[in-house]
Design a protein around this ligand. Structure first.
Ligand code: CA
Ligand code: CA
Length: 209
């Protein structure tokens, strides 16, 4: 389906449940009309259409929560660039914030606003994906790592696991006292330790169901 420059991929038999990432619910006459609505709504990344009720749900998440339904289809906007804050990588849904918060506020925002956690980076390919997106947005981002519990021992704080992959800048971690949180630092987006009280954008992750 090709609506106004955007290509939509139809996935089978899925209906989106309205959630915190839903931006609009409207009755439309067809899946194409629903896709068209998503196309003109800049924040829409995916849409679902229920054939029976003719409800069209627009969602800003590219990987929204869904449930199976034989009466519904899901339409995903495909994009080369990333105008949207919600991106899918493997079985992870990643949220790139526009707001800047302290590391702990970021952690709590992921947890309570999005039912997710600050991103934990497990591989160089995942790290590359994050860097590619962060490059487009042109900002530094908090990651979910800290050595606040035990100076010099870097942990992913939500899963309580030690780092198995790192991408530190050559001069980082610089280990100044109090630099206990990990920031992906613009413009090269390599990792550095920095004061947790500084305010930056942040990346949340949740599992795609
Ligand atoms: Ca430290
Ligand atoms: Ca540092």
């Amino acid at each position: 389906m090709n609506v106004l420059k955007h290509i939509f991929v139809t996935t089978k038999d899925r209906r989106i449940l309205p959630s915190s990432t839903s931006v609009l619910k409207q009755i439309t006459l067809s899946p194409a009309a629903c896709a068209s609505l998503c196309s003109i709504q800049e924040t829409c990344c995916s849409a679902s259409y229920d054939m029976k009720t003719k409800h069209c749900y627009l969602d800003e998440s590219c990987c929204p929560k869904n449930e199976s339904s034989i009466d519904a289809i899901m339409l995903k906007k495909t994009t080369d660039s990333f105008p949207n804050q919600w991106l899918q990588y493997g079985n992870k849904c990643l949220y790139f914030s526009k707001e800047e918060k302290t590391w702990d506020e970021a952690r709590l925002t992921c947890k309570y606003n999005y039912g997710s956690r600050l991103v934990e980076v497990g591989s160089s390919s995942e790290n590359d994906f994050l860097k590619n997106a962060a490059t487009v947005y042109g900002q530094s981002y908090w990651l979910g790592g800290s050595d606040i519990q035990n100076e010099g021992t870097w942990m992913w704080v939500s899963s309580l696991t030690q780092f198995t992959f790192t991408d530190w800048s050559p001069t980082e971690p610089s280990k100044y006292e109090g630099e206990d949180c990990v920031r992906m630092t613009h413009p090269d987006l390599k990792w550095g330790d920095i004061y947790c009280s500084r305010q930056y954008r942040f990346i949340c992750e949740q599992k795609v169901e």
